[in-house]
Design a protein around this ligand. Structure first.
Ligand SMILES: Cc1cc2nc3c(=O)[nH]c(=O)nc-3n(C[C@H](O)[C@H](O)[C@H](O)COP(=O)(O)OP(=O)(O)OC[C@H]3O[C@@H](n4cnc5c(N)ncnc54)[C@H](O)[C@@H]3O)c2cc1C
Length: 415
């Protein structure tokens, strides 16, 4: 590892430029490594804010752990250390056919498709004479009461009840039904019960119908079935679960039920000491036996930790196992409502929302991004606008996951 016998810097290939991959690349930039970052997209996507928009890839054959090479765009990229930070995708728990009717929210394409679906539903309702069909068009079902589902349902409610309220003649967008379906007895189950309850109340104040203890048994073009109950709806949004990227299969490594690679305490793959997996693609058991959550701070801290592991290996030192520092939990419900849990300190309402906004702007990569987002938010807050109502592209009949962006590679030669 590290400085090679021939004097050249150790080659680190990182696949995936999300939170984990980028924080590792940034931390390694100041160290004597030759870093190659490969991502199927040429941008960093800040997923925690995706709902507000709604607002080449590597394959198994492309990783050769024997010859220590990654094949990107037909070119062989040799590595001394390989890091897979390829994130997760939404999962339908064996019902992949639901994906066509209940798209999830993970990529920019997902978010723009969803935004188009939502706005088109209002436009179509405006021109619809049949009252039953109009109501179906004005019914939005969000499946999954985790942070993504809660935030999405709150955002649609605010769009309908406030931002679009005066934009139509034949329909009143305030009559739209926004239904949040959750199989568990409460929303946001990772939070304390009282905070979950505060979030539920906030959702209801925004006009969201919250259905708890309700498991979805079918999704179709016509609506959502919850056992014997059927909700006619033209727009269904899936926020009920994710599955890790298939990196485990690429490596032939052991994974958990969510497809996450079971890594060692230093984040390396058992049996492959030069291959590491971080972020949503990995599963690490904390010293107390709990499994770390799939959130951005875990991915970022793992990226920073791995930079220290690689530097220590360079110098022939060992460092202690990865330990996650939990700074707390935050979830937003809508404009000016959120919940926050920092150890024993539990907050809800406006103060929690201010904290949430500051934290999300802080975690955006780069000062320019932070500044622009802060400015946009301030403007939206004052004017209550959610951006343009412009609808681009054709209405997708089926939302197949066929999009493949060309791979891009960013090479940075460290000093
Ligand atoms: C809608 C939404 C809201 C969220 N809200 C929050 C929140 O409020 N707070 C929070 O802490 N976390 C939140 N999360 C979770 C958080 O985004 C993830 O935990 C975090 O992004 C994980 O980082 P990562 O580096 O593992 O993966 P990602 O950030 O997903 O990055 C993976 C990267 O790998 C690339 N990639 C994938 N497959 C390939 C391939 N085959 N070849 C090449 N490149 C590939 C992708 O293009 C992507 O750039 C949210 C997630 C979603 C979807």
């Amino acid at each position: 590892m590290g400085e090679r016998e021939n004097g050249r810097a150790s080659r680190v290939v990182i696949v995936g430029g999300g939170f984990g991959g980028l924080s590792l690349a940034k931390a390694l930039a100041r160290r004597p490594f030759d870093v190659t970052l490969i991502d199927r997209n040429n941008h960093h996507l800040f997923q925690p804010l995706l709902y507000q928009v709604a607002t080449a890839g590597l394959s198994p054959a492309d990783i050769d752990t024997i010859r220590k090479e990654v094949i990107a765009d037909g070119r062989r990229v040799p590595y001394d250390t390989l890091v897979l930070a390829t994130g997760a995708r939404h999962a339908y728990f064996g019902h992949d056919d639901w994906a066509a009717f209940a798209p999830g929210l993970k990529t920019i394409d997902d978010a723009t498709d969803l935004r188009r679906r939502i706005l088109l539903a209002f436009e179509r309702a405006e021109g619809e004479d049949d009252a039953v069909e109009r109501q179906r068009l004005l019914t939005f079902v969000v499946i999954g009461g985790g942070p993504t589902g809660v935030e999405t349902a709150g955002a649609i409610a605010e769009l309908a009840k406030r931002a679009l309220a005066a934009d139509f003649r034949a329909i009143d967008p305030r009559c739209a039904r926004i239904i949040l379906v959750e199989a568990a007895p409460r929303v946001l189950t990772t939070f304390d019960e009282r905070l979950s309850e505060a979030a539920r109340r906030s959702l209801e104040q925004l006009g969201v119908e919250v259905r708890l203890g309700a498991a979805v048994t079918d999704c179709s073009d016509e609506g959502v079935r919850l056992g014997s109950d059927f909700i006619p709806a033209r727009t269904i949004i899936w926020a009920a679960g994710v599955m890790a990227s298939p990196a485990g299969r690429w490596l032939g490594a052991e994974t958990d039920r969510a497809g996450r690679v079971k890594v060692r305490a230093d984040l390396s793959v058992p049996g492959l000491p030069d291959v590491f997996v971080i972020g949503d693609t990995a599963t690490v058991t904390a010293p107390d036996g709990s499994i770390l959550p799939g959130v951005a701070p875990v991915a970022k801290q793992q990226g920073q930790y791995l930079a220290r592991v690689l530097a220590a290996r360079n110098e022939g030192r060992a460092i202690p196992p990865f330990r996650y520092r939990d700074y707390g939990l935050l979830a937003t419900v809508g404009r000016s409502r959120a919940i926050a849990q920092f150890g024993r300190l539990h907050l809800s309402g406006l103060i929690a929302w201010v904290l949430w906004s500051v934290a999300h702007i802080y975690f955006l990569i780069g000062f320019r991004n932070r500044f622009i987002v802060a400015l946009n938010w301030a403007w939206s807050y004052i004017t209550f606008q959610r951006g343009s109502r412009l609808i681009t592209g054709l209405y997708p009949q089926r939302l197949d996951d066929t999009h493949q962006s060309p791979r891009t590679e960013i090479r940075s030669k460290a000093s």
